[in-house]
Design a protein around this ligand. Structure first.
Ligand code: OGA
Ligand code: NI
Length: 357
Protein backbone atom coordinates (compact mmCIF):
# COMPACT_ATOMS: atom_id res chain seq x y z
CA UNK A 1 0.00 0.00 0.00
CA UNK A 2 1.29 3.45 -0.84
CA UNK A 3 2.37 5.36 2.26
CA UNK A 4 -0.11 7.99 3.34
CA UNK A 5 1.54 11.40 2.91
CA UNK A 6 1.73 13.18 6.23
CA UNK A 7 0.55 16.74 6.12
CA UNK A 8 3.09 19.14 7.64
CA UNK A 9 2.29 20.15 11.22
CA UNK A 10 0.41 23.43 11.43
CA UNK A 11 2.54 26.26 12.83
CA UNK A 12 0.32 28.66 14.70
CA UNK A 13 2.99 30.50 16.71
CA UNK A 14 2.39 31.65 20.26
CA UNK A 15 -1.26 32.16 21.12
CA UNK A 16 -1.82 34.27 24.20
CA UNK A 17 -4.68 33.27 26.47
CA UNK A 18 -6.79 36.42 26.47
CA UNK A 19 -7.92 36.11 30.09
CA UNK A 20 -4.32 35.70 31.22
CA UNK A 21 -3.29 38.71 29.13
CA UNK A 22 -5.92 40.76 30.91
CA UNK A 23 -4.51 39.93 34.29
CA UNK A 24 -1.45 42.08 33.55
CA UNK A 25 -3.81 45.07 33.08
CA UNK A 26 -2.18 45.94 29.77
CA UNK A 27 -2.75 49.35 28.25
CA UNK A 28 -1.45 48.25 24.90
CA UNK A 29 -2.56 45.30 22.83
CA UNK A 30 -0.14 42.65 21.53
CA UNK A 31 0.42 43.12 17.81
CA UNK A 32 -1.19 39.80 16.92
CA UNK A 33 -4.55 41.04 18.12
CA UNK A 34 -4.38 44.44 16.42
CA UNK A 35 -6.44 44.36 13.25
CA UNK A 36 -5.52 46.01 9.98
CA UNK A 37 -7.28 49.34 9.53
CA UNK A 38 -9.90 47.92 7.17
CA UNK A 39 -10.93 45.24 9.66
CA UNK A 40 -11.21 47.37 12.79
CA UNK A 41 -14.68 47.85 14.23
CA UNK A 42 -16.13 51.31 13.68
CA UNK A 43 -17.06 53.28 16.81
CA UNK A 44 -20.53 52.54 18.11
CA UNK A 45 -21.64 56.04 17.07
CA UNK A 46 -20.90 55.21 13.43
CA UNK A 47 -23.09 52.12 13.44
CA UNK A 48 -26.54 52.33 11.99
CA UNK A 49 -29.04 52.91 14.77
CA UNK A 50 -30.07 49.60 16.24
CA UNK A 51 -32.53 48.07 13.82
CA UNK A 52 -33.99 45.23 15.75
CA UNK A 53 -33.72 41.86 14.16
CA UNK A 54 -37.06 40.01 13.90
CA UNK A 55 -38.58 38.27 16.91
CA UNK A 56 -40.28 34.94 16.31
CA UNK A 57 -42.70 33.46 18.82
CA UNK A 58 -42.24 29.69 18.73
CA UNK A 59 -45.46 29.09 20.67
CA UNK A 60 -47.37 30.77 17.81
CA UNK A 61 -45.63 28.56 15.26
CA UNK A 62 -46.54 25.48 17.27
CA UNK A 63 -50.19 26.59 17.19
CA UNK A 64 -50.00 26.80 13.41
CA UNK A 65 -50.27 30.58 13.27
CA UNK A 66 -49.96 31.41 9.53
CA UNK A 67 -48.92 34.97 10.15
CA UNK A 68 -46.01 33.80 12.28
CA UNK A 69 -44.89 31.46 9.48
CA UNK A 70 -44.86 34.50 7.18
CA UNK A 71 -42.81 36.42 9.73
CA UNK A 72 -40.41 33.51 9.86
CA UNK A 73 -40.12 33.48 6.07
CA UNK A 74 -39.30 37.19 6.07
CA UNK A 75 -36.82 36.78 8.92
CA UNK A 76 -34.99 34.01 7.06
CA UNK A 77 -35.08 35.69 3.67
CA UNK A 78 -34.31 39.29 4.61
CA UNK A 79 -32.20 38.85 7.73
CA UNK A 80 -30.84 35.34 8.10
CA UNK A 81 -31.07 36.07 11.83
CA UNK A 82 -33.91 36.22 14.32
CA UNK A 83 -34.54 35.93 18.05
CA UNK A 84 -36.86 33.23 19.30
CA UNK A 85 -39.11 33.72 22.31
CA UNK A 86 -41.34 31.13 24.01
CA UNK A 87 -38.93 28.41 22.96
CA UNK A 88 -39.86 26.25 25.96
CA UNK A 89 -36.35 25.84 27.31
CA UNK A 90 -36.68 26.46 31.01
CA UNK A 91 -35.14 29.60 32.36
CA UNK A 92 -33.39 27.58 35.05
CA UNK A 93 -31.60 25.54 32.36
CA UNK A 94 -30.51 28.69 30.49
CA UNK A 95 -29.16 29.94 33.79
CA UNK A 96 -27.40 26.67 34.61
CA UNK A 97 -25.55 26.46 31.30
CA UNK A 98 -24.46 30.06 31.75
CA UNK A 99 -23.32 29.39 35.27
CA UNK A 100 -21.20 26.33 34.46
CA UNK A 101 -19.75 28.01 31.37
CA UNK A 102 -18.72 31.06 33.32
CA UNK A 103 -17.32 28.90 36.12
CA UNK A 104 -15.30 26.95 33.58
CA UNK A 105 -13.74 30.09 32.09
CA UNK A 106 -12.95 31.37 35.60
CA UNK A 107 -10.92 28.25 36.46
CA UNK A 108 -7.13 28.63 36.62
CA UNK A 109 -5.66 28.41 33.13
CA UNK A 110 -3.74 25.22 34.08
CA UNK A 111 -7.05 23.51 34.79
CA UNK A 112 -8.56 24.64 31.48
CA UNK A 113 -5.48 23.53 29.61
CA UNK A 114 -6.17 19.96 30.66
CA UNK A 115 -8.58 20.11 27.72
CA UNK A 116 -6.43 21.74 25.06
CA UNK A 117 -7.65 22.42 21.55
CA UNK A 118 -4.92 20.91 19.37
CA UNK A 119 -3.80 23.16 16.48
CA UNK A 120 -6.01 22.63 13.47
CA UNK A 121 -8.85 21.10 15.51
CA UNK A 122 -12.00 22.68 16.91
CA UNK A 123 -12.74 20.83 20.14
CA UNK A 124 -11.38 21.79 23.56
CA UNK A 125 -10.11 25.00 25.12
CA UNK A 126 -8.22 27.55 23.07
CA UNK A 127 -8.58 29.50 19.84
CA UNK A 128 -10.13 27.70 16.91
CA UNK A 129 -9.52 28.51 13.24
CA UNK A 130 -5.86 29.56 13.64
CA UNK A 131 -3.70 28.10 10.90
CA UNK A 132 -0.61 30.28 10.55
CA UNK A 133 1.89 32.26 12.60
CA UNK A 134 0.92 35.60 11.12
CA UNK A 135 -2.85 35.22 11.37
CA UNK A 136 -4.51 37.84 13.57
CA UNK A 137 -6.09 36.51 16.75
CA UNK A 138 -9.54 37.09 18.16
CA UNK A 139 -9.99 38.67 21.61
CA UNK A 140 -11.76 35.59 22.88
CA UNK A 141 -11.29 32.33 24.72
CA UNK A 142 -13.26 29.39 23.42
CA UNK A 143 -14.29 26.03 24.68
CA UNK A 144 -15.94 23.65 22.23
CA UNK A 145 -17.29 20.11 22.27
CA UNK A 146 -18.83 17.77 19.73
CA UNK A 147 -22.06 16.52 21.30
CA UNK A 148 -24.11 14.37 18.89
CA UNK A 149 -23.95 11.74 17.59
CA UNK A 150 -21.89 10.26 20.40
CA UNK A 151 -19.06 9.06 18.18
CA UNK A 152 -17.94 12.67 17.63
CA UNK A 153 -17.37 13.09 21.36
CA UNK A 154 -13.85 13.13 22.65
CA UNK A 155 -14.39 12.00 26.26
CA UNK A 156 -10.96 13.32 27.26
CA UNK A 157 -12.18 16.84 26.54
CA UNK A 158 -15.30 16.72 28.73
CA UNK A 159 -14.37 18.64 31.87
CA UNK A 160 -14.67 17.15 35.32
CA UNK A 161 -14.72 20.69 36.77
CA UNK A 162 -17.06 22.42 37.39
CA UNK A 163 -18.73 19.27 38.71
CA UNK A 164 -22.03 19.84 36.90
CA UNK A 165 -20.50 20.98 33.62
CA UNK A 166 -20.80 17.87 31.48
CA UNK A 167 -24.22 16.89 32.75
CA UNK A 168 -25.53 20.40 32.12
CA UNK A 169 -24.14 20.41 28.56
CA UNK A 170 -25.93 17.14 27.94
CA UNK A 171 -29.30 18.28 29.26
CA UNK A 172 -29.06 21.68 27.59
CA UNK A 173 -28.06 20.15 24.26
CA UNK A 174 -31.06 17.84 24.27
CA UNK A 175 -33.37 20.81 24.72
CA UNK A 176 -31.67 22.93 22.06
CA UNK A 177 -31.88 19.98 19.70
CA UNK A 178 -35.66 19.98 20.05
CA UNK A 179 -35.76 23.70 19.26
CA UNK A 180 -33.69 23.07 16.12
CA UNK A 181 -35.89 20.18 15.01
CA UNK A 182 -38.97 22.29 15.53
CA UNK A 183 -37.59 25.35 13.79
CA UNK A 184 -36.54 23.30 10.79
CA UNK A 185 -40.11 22.07 10.45
CA UNK A 186 -41.44 25.61 10.37
CA UNK A 187 -38.64 26.76 8.10
CA UNK A 188 -39.68 24.01 5.68
CA UNK A 189 -43.30 25.17 5.91
CA UNK A 190 -42.23 28.77 5.33
CA UNK A 191 -40.71 27.57 2.05
CA UNK A 192 -43.90 25.76 1.09
CA UNK A 193 -42.22 22.37 1.58
CA UNK A 194 -43.21 19.24 3.52
CA UNK A 195 -42.47 19.87 7.16
CA UNK A 196 -40.35 16.75 7.63
CA UNK A 197 -38.14 17.37 4.62
CA UNK A 198 -35.06 18.46 6.58
CA UNK A 199 -35.41 15.84 9.28
CA UNK A 200 -35.63 13.08 6.69
CA UNK A 201 -32.69 14.48 4.77
CA UNK A 202 -30.39 15.15 7.75
CA UNK A 203 -30.27 11.66 9.27
CA UNK A 204 -28.87 11.76 12.81
CA UNK A 205 -27.98 15.44 12.95
CA UNK A 206 -24.53 16.53 14.09
CA UNK A 207 -24.58 18.90 17.03
CA UNK A 208 -21.71 20.80 18.63
CA UNK A 209 -21.50 23.43 21.34
CA UNK A 210 -19.06 26.29 21.72
CA UNK A 211 -18.77 28.69 24.59
CA UNK A 212 -17.14 31.98 23.70
CA UNK A 213 -15.82 34.17 26.49
CA UNK A 214 -14.84 37.72 25.58
CA UNK A 215 -12.96 39.47 28.40
CA UNK A 216 -13.09 43.27 28.53
CA UNK A 217 -10.54 44.83 26.19
CA UNK A 218 -8.62 48.06 26.86
CA UNK A 219 -8.74 48.91 23.12
CA UNK A 220 -11.99 47.57 21.66
CA UNK A 221 -11.39 49.86 18.69
CA UNK A 222 -8.37 47.83 17.58
CA UNK A 223 -9.49 44.23 17.99
CA UNK A 224 -12.29 41.86 17.11
CA UNK A 225 -13.86 39.41 19.54
CA UNK A 226 -14.60 37.01 16.71
CA UNK A 227 -13.62 37.41 13.06
CA UNK A 228 -16.37 37.93 10.47
CA UNK A 229 -17.75 34.62 9.25
CA UNK A 230 -20.85 32.71 8.30
CA UNK A 231 -21.61 29.47 10.14
CA UNK A 232 -21.07 26.11 8.46
CA UNK A 233 -24.13 24.66 10.22
CA UNK A 234 -27.70 24.35 9.01
CA UNK A 235 -28.93 26.34 12.01
CA UNK A 236 -27.08 28.03 14.85
CA UNK A 237 -28.61 28.77 18.25
CA UNK A 238 -26.89 31.42 20.32
CA UNK A 239 -27.55 32.24 23.93
CA UNK A 240 -26.15 35.52 25.19
CA UNK A 241 -25.04 35.66 28.81
CA UNK A 242 -27.24 37.70 31.12
CA UNK A 243 -25.72 41.10 31.75
CA UNK A 244 -23.20 40.64 28.95
CA UNK A 245 -22.23 43.60 26.80
CA UNK A 246 -23.76 43.95 23.34
CA UNK A 247 -21.24 42.29 21.06
CA UNK A 248 -22.77 40.36 18.20
CA UNK A 249 -23.06 42.23 14.91
CA UNK A 250 -24.50 41.10 11.62
CA UNK A 251 -23.66 42.45 8.18
CA UNK A 252 -26.69 43.92 6.50
CA UNK A 253 -26.50 45.97 3.32
CA UNK A 254 -22.77 46.32 3.91
CA UNK A 255 -23.22 47.77 7.39
CA UNK A 256 -22.67 46.13 10.73
CA UNK A 257 -25.87 45.99 12.76
CA UNK A 258 -25.61 45.18 16.50
CA UNK A 259 -27.95 42.53 17.86
CA UNK A 260 -29.65 43.85 20.99
CA UNK A 261 -30.01 40.96 23.43
CA UNK A 262 -33.53 40.16 24.59
CA UNK A 263 -33.43 38.45 27.99
CA UNK A 264 -34.16 34.70 27.74
CA UNK A 265 -34.55 34.81 23.94
CA UNK A 266 -32.30 32.70 21.74
CA UNK A 267 -30.63 34.14 18.66
CA UNK A 268 -31.02 31.88 15.64
CA UNK A 269 -29.16 32.15 12.39
CA UNK A 270 -29.25 30.38 9.07
CA UNK A 271 -26.02 28.52 8.32
CA UNK A 272 -24.28 27.75 5.03
CA UNK A 273 -26.07 24.40 4.70
CA UNK A 274 -29.56 25.95 4.59
CA UNK A 275 -28.28 28.54 2.14
CA UNK A 276 -27.20 25.76 -0.21
CA UNK A 277 -30.33 23.64 0.32
CA UNK A 278 -32.59 26.62 -0.41
CA UNK A 279 -30.48 27.59 -3.42
CA UNK A 280 -29.67 30.93 -1.79
CA UNK A 281 -33.24 31.91 -0.89
CA UNK A 282 -32.36 31.84 2.81
CA UNK A 283 -28.80 33.09 3.23
CA UNK A 284 -26.24 32.51 5.93
CA UNK A 285 -25.46 36.06 6.94
CA UNK A 286 -21.96 37.19 7.83
CA UNK A 287 -21.51 38.13 11.47
CA UNK A 288 -18.78 38.94 13.99
CA UNK A 289 -18.33 39.85 17.64
CA UNK A 290 -16.78 43.02 19.05
CA UNK A 291 -15.46 43.60 22.55
CA UNK A 292 -16.18 46.11 25.29
CA UNK A 293 -13.84 48.25 27.34
CA UNK A 294 -15.22 47.38 30.77
CA UNK A 295 -17.66 44.54 30.34
CA UNK A 296 -17.04 40.91 29.56
CA UNK A 297 -19.36 38.81 27.45
CA UNK A 298 -20.33 35.17 27.28
CA UNK A 299 -22.09 33.42 24.45
CA UNK A 300 -23.12 29.79 24.27
CA UNK A 301 -23.47 28.62 20.71
CA UNK A 302 -24.98 25.41 19.33
CA UNK A 303 -24.32 24.31 15.78
CA UNK A 304 -26.84 21.92 14.23
CA UNK A 305 -26.05 20.25 10.91
CA UNK A 306 -26.82 17.17 8.81
CA UNK A 307 -25.10 13.86 9.38
CA UNK A 308 -21.66 13.72 7.72
CA UNK A 309 -22.67 11.18 5.05
CA UNK A 310 -25.51 13.33 3.72
CA UNK A 311 -25.30 14.70 0.18
CA UNK A 312 -26.12 18.39 0.17
CA UNK A 313 -27.21 20.46 -2.82
CA UNK A 314 -30.04 22.84 -3.75
CA UNK A 315 -33.46 21.21 -3.31
CA UNK A 316 -35.16 20.69 -6.65
CA UNK A 317 -38.27 22.56 -5.45
CA UNK A 318 -36.16 25.72 -5.24
CA UNK A 319 -34.45 25.53 -8.61
CA UNK A 320 -36.11 26.75 -11.82
CA UNK A 321 -35.46 29.09 -14.78
CA UNK A 322 -35.77 32.13 -12.56
CA UNK A 323 -33.57 30.66 -9.85
CA UNK A 324 -30.92 28.61 -11.61
CA UNK A 325 -28.87 26.24 -9.50
CA UNK A 326 -26.19 28.24 -7.66
CA UNK A 327 -24.38 25.49 -5.74
CA UNK A 328 -22.98 22.10 -6.58
CA UNK A 329 -23.79 18.91 -4.72
CA UNK A 330 -21.27 17.73 -2.16
CA UNK A 331 -20.86 15.48 0.83
CA UNK A 332 -21.60 17.32 4.07
CA UNK A 333 -18.72 15.65 5.93
CA UNK A 334 -16.32 17.05 3.34
CA UNK A 335 -17.85 20.46 3.74
CA UNK A 336 -17.47 20.30 7.52
CA UNK A 337 -13.84 19.36 7.10
CA UNK A 338 -13.31 22.22 4.68
CA UNK A 339 -15.00 24.62 7.12
CA UNK A 340 -12.96 23.69 10.17
CA UNK A 341 -9.62 23.61 8.35
CA UNK A 342 -9.83 27.17 7.07
CA UNK A 343 -9.68 30.45 8.91
CA UNK A 344 -12.88 32.40 9.44
CA UNK A 345 -13.12 34.86 6.60
CA UNK A 346 -16.51 36.32 5.85
CA UNK A 347 -18.51 34.15 3.50
CA UNK A 348 -15.48 32.58 1.88
CA UNK A 349 -16.36 29.12 3.24
CA UNK A 350 -19.17 28.84 0.70
CA UNK A 351 -16.84 29.22 -2.27
CA UNK A 352 -16.47 25.47 -1.74
CA UNK A 353 -20.01 24.98 -3.02
CA UNK A 354 -20.65 27.94 -5.33
CA UNK A 355 -21.02 27.37 -9.01
CA UNK A 356 -19.09 30.27 -10.53
CA UNK A 357 -21.29 32.13 -12.98
C1 OGA B 1 -20.07 31.79 16.59
C2 OGA B 1 -20.55 33.18 16.68
C3 OGA B 1 -20.99 35.11 18.02
C4 OGA B 1 -20.97 35.54 19.43
O1 OGA B 1 -19.64 31.26 17.63
O2 OGA B 1 -20.13 31.24 15.48
O3 OGA B 1 -20.89 33.75 15.70
O4 OGA B 1 -21.64 36.52 19.72
N1 OGA B 1 -20.55 33.78 17.88
O5 OGA B 1 -20.29 34.92 20.25
NI1 NI C 1 -21.09 32.37 14.04
Amino acid sequence: MAPVPLSPPIKVGHIDDVQELRKGKPTTIPERFVRDMTERPEPATALSSPTDIPIIDLSKLVKGNKDEILQLATACEKWGFFQVINHEIELSLLESIEKVSKEFFMLPVEEKLKYPMAPGTVQGYGQAFVFSEDQKLDWCNMFALGVEPHFIRNPKLWPTKPAKFSETVDVYSREVRKVCENLLKYIAMSLGLRQDIFEEMFGVAVQAIRMNYYPPCPRPDLVLGLSPHSDGSALTVLQQGKGSSVGLQILQNNRWVPVQPIPTALVINIGDTIEVLTNGKYKSVEHRAVTHKEKDRLSIVTFYAPSYEVEVGPMEELVDENSPCKYRRYNHGEYSKHYVTNKLEGKKSLDFAKIQA
